[in-house]
Each structure stands twice: as structure tokens, then as C-alpha cells.
Design a protein around this ligand. Structure first.
Ligand SMILES: *Cc1c(COP(=O)(O)O)cnc(C)c1O
Length: 370
């Protein structure tokens, strides 16, 4: 086929985007495998949430509620927030994009940490802003290096807490110190996609900050612990003027009726969410301990508070080799060379059986004696 020559040219900042790479769901051979590459809930979705989703079939002919009023009110009641300051999105991905869309553009900088969530540079470039990466310290977000990277052009600062793909966590005192060091004309976005996995005593204080400060946006998702990744529902909480600006540029009917109903039901599925959190706490800890025993094979886990573990391969077996070998054994994990993590694999916590199988497979691959 001959290459078509076209007079159409995407904008240079769009051409500069390195596309998002989703977690794989099939193996090279097409064999059935445990998908541990996208940090989904291994326990699935609560039955009452599925029922709410199915019931929404009755109104398939109608547009969804554009304002997602019932959903925003349910969120506000659940988290003790003001519904007027909640914005809903097609996944929190959309909310993250809206933040850059409303507050950054050409000539501006959007700041985040190295090994941060891969959507941030895309959100920056999409609006013509320059993505700026601050150095990490030991794979974690460091307040001083982030603050040192702020310039008069910085308009948006994103941090994920806990962070993906590292799982690292910035405690409340550090988060407050970061906010205190940012200029007032810079929007501070705290992406809490994994916050429900934290133990109750680990509150980073971002909601409180968003209640009182003029420049803080917190984002959350129904994709992770609530088990609704397929429906694409996320939300943000911030000052009224920030939320209003973002509403202007969101798609009018951005969350489906079934999604809104399912999300509301999931907020009531307290037992399911708590069971999911405790399952994760147990198996994340177990995985980290088991990786710790493979230290002499050069494996090391970055301390994680999320529902996955970033495992570094610093010995004889490389991350790339282990990735391929795990795939052959029926475990799909995430290798992230595009994010500067050629030497790391991100592994989601699976079911008990999957998690034990994953570690067994890893031990075989690195040749650990039983
Ligand atoms: C998974 C994830 C999200 C959530 O994305 P959705 O669009 O809500 O599915 C947001 N931020 C981070 C850091 C994530 O890992």
C-alpha cells in the first residue's frame, strides 16, 4: 500500500503524544490467563451493583441525566461533601483531562513526578501545554524536588496518592507541605484512584484541603475497588469555580444511565468494598513478603499502599524475561519500558489462587529453591 500524502497535519503537540498503553488482557498464544495488568478488583462487582446496572435497561431509549444529580448527591452524602462541587466524568481519566483543559494551554507547564500516572503527560500535551517531570526519590514522590520544578509557567500539578505505577504514598503532612509551597494560581490535582484501599488511619487530607483551599481538585474513580471499570465513571471535588470551568468543557452526557445507577448502588455495597479492602491488605502484604524472600535473586518490591506491587528486577533474570515467562505460565502483568521502568513489573493483587500462583511462577522463573 502506498502512503497517502495528506495536507492535514495534527497540531505538533498532538503529534508529540506517546499514546496510552492499556494493560493487556490476552496472552501471546491466546491461552486463558490471569489478568493482573490493570489493577481491577479481583473479587469482581457486588451483586446488587450488577442488578442496578441491569435494571437500567428499562430506560435505554432515554438520554442519561446530563448533570448526574442523583449520583453526585449520593457521592456527597457518602463522603460528606457538597454535591454542587462534585463533577462526574467518563472515568476519572476525563476529569484529569478536564483539569488540564480548563487551566493549562500553550506556553504553560503541567508538572508531575517521574514514574507518575501515564495519563498526565497526555493530558498536558493534548491542550498544548508542556509536561514537566520532577525527579522521584527512590521511586516515590518527593515534595522538595516537585517544588523545585515549579516555575511561573506551572499551571497544573498532578499527583496520584497512592501513586500508579509505584504504589508509593505521600502522608498528610507532606501533602499539606506540597500544597503550601505551590503558587495560588496553580491547580493542585490529587488523584485518589486507590484511596479506598488505604487503611482508615491513612487519610492524606486532600478532601479537607479541597474544602478550604481555592486551588485543589481531588479525583476518585469507580473503576478500582468498586469494580466498575467497564462503565467508565469517575469524579472530582474542588472549589465551585474550578468545577464550573470544567463542566463547560466536559461532554454533555458523559456518564451512562446504567453507570450512574450502578455507581450509586456501589456506594451502598459497604460489605463488598470492605471485603475487597481487607482481601487486598492481606494479599498485598503477602506478595511483598514473598518478593522480599527473592532478594538474593535480585528482586525488590517498592513499598505499596495500592492494589498492586511494582517489582524491580536487579539480578540475573530481567523484568522483560520474567514478563514473557509469566505470560507463558498464564499471568499477564504490566511491563512499563515506555515509562522508564524497563527493569520493573507492576503486578495487581489477584484472587487468592491467582496471587499464590503468580508468586509460585515467579519463584520458578528466578530459580528460587523451595
Ligand atoms: C486507574 C487509575 C485511574 C482511574 O481511571 P478511570 O478513568 O477512572 O478508570 C486514575 N488515576 C490513576 C492513578 C489510576 O491508576
Amino acid at each position: 500500500m502506498t502512503q497517502q500524502t495528506s495536507a492535514l497535519r495534527p497540531k505538533p503537540w498532538i503529534e508529540a503524544i506517546a499514546p496510552y498503553v492499556p494493560g493487556r488482557s490476552t496472552t501471546d498464544s491466546g491461552a486463558k490467563a490471569a489478568k493482573l495488568s490493570s489493577n481491577e478488583n479481583p473479587l469482581g462487582t457486588a451483586p446488587e451493583v450488577k442488578a442496578a446496572y441491569v435494571a437500567a435497561a428499562e430506560t435505554l431509549d432515554r438520554y442519561p441525566d446530563a448533570g448526574a444529580t442523583a449520583l453526585r448527591e449520593a457521592i456527597a452524602a457518602h463522603y460528606g461533601l457538597d454535591a454542587a462541587r462534585v463533577i462526574h466524568g467518563t472515568g476519572s481519566d476525563e476529569v484529569l483531562h478536564l483539569a488540564a483543559g480548563a487551566f493549562a494551554g500553550q506556553g504553560d507547564e503541567v508538572l508531575f513526578v517521574r514514574y507518575g500516572f501515564s495519563v498526565y503527560p497526555i493530558a498536558a500535551r493534548r491542550v498544548g501545554a508542556e509536561p514537566i517531570e520532577a525527579p522521584d526519590v527512590g521511586y516515590a514522590t518527593d515534595v522538595d524536588t516537585l517544588l523545585a520544578a515549579v516555575t511561573e509557567k506551572t499551571r497544573v500539578v498532578y499527583i496520584a496518592n497512592p501513586n500508579n505505577p509505584t504504589g508509593t504514598y505521600l502522608p498528610r503532612s507532606e501533602l499539606l507541605r506540597l500544597h503550601a509551597g505551590l503558587p495560588a494560581d496553580c491547580l493542585f490535582v490529587v488523584d485518589q484512584a486507590y484511596a479506598e484501599y488505604l487503611s482508615p488511619e491513612d487519610d492524606d487530607g486532600a478532601f479537607e484541603l479541597a474544602q478550604s483551599a481555592d486551588n485543589v481538585l481531588v479525583t476518585r474513580t469507580f473503576s478500582k475497588i468498586f469494580g466498575l471499570a467497564a462503565e467508565r465513571i469517575g469524579w472530582g471535588y474542588g472549589p465551585a469555580n474550578v468545577i464550573q470551568a470544567m463542566h463547560k468543557i466536559r461532554a454533555p452526557f458523559n456518564v451512562t444511565t446504567a453507570g450512574q445507577q450502578a455507581a450509586i448502588a456501589s456506594l451502598h455495597a459497604k460489605d463488598f468494598v470492605e471485603t475487597s479492602r481487607l482481601h487486598n491488605e492481606k494479599w498485598l502484604g503477602w506478595m511483598a513478603d514473598e518478593i522480599g524472600k527473592l532478594g538474593n535473586a535480585g528482586l525488590r518490591a517498592v513499598p505499596s499502599k495500592a492494589n498492586f506491587l511494582l517489582v524491580l528486577f536487579e539480578g540475573r533474570v530481567t523484568a522483560e524475561e520474567a514478563y514473557g515467562a509469566l505470560m507463558e505460565k498464564g499471568f499477564i502483568v504490566r511491563w512499563l519500558p515506555g515509562q522508564g521502568l524497563r527493569h520493573g513489573l507492576r503486578m495487581s493483587v489477584g484472587t487468592e489462587e491467582q496471587t499464590q500462583g503468580l508468586i509460585r511462577a515467579l519463584r520458578e522463573i528466578v530459580g528460587a529453591a523451595d
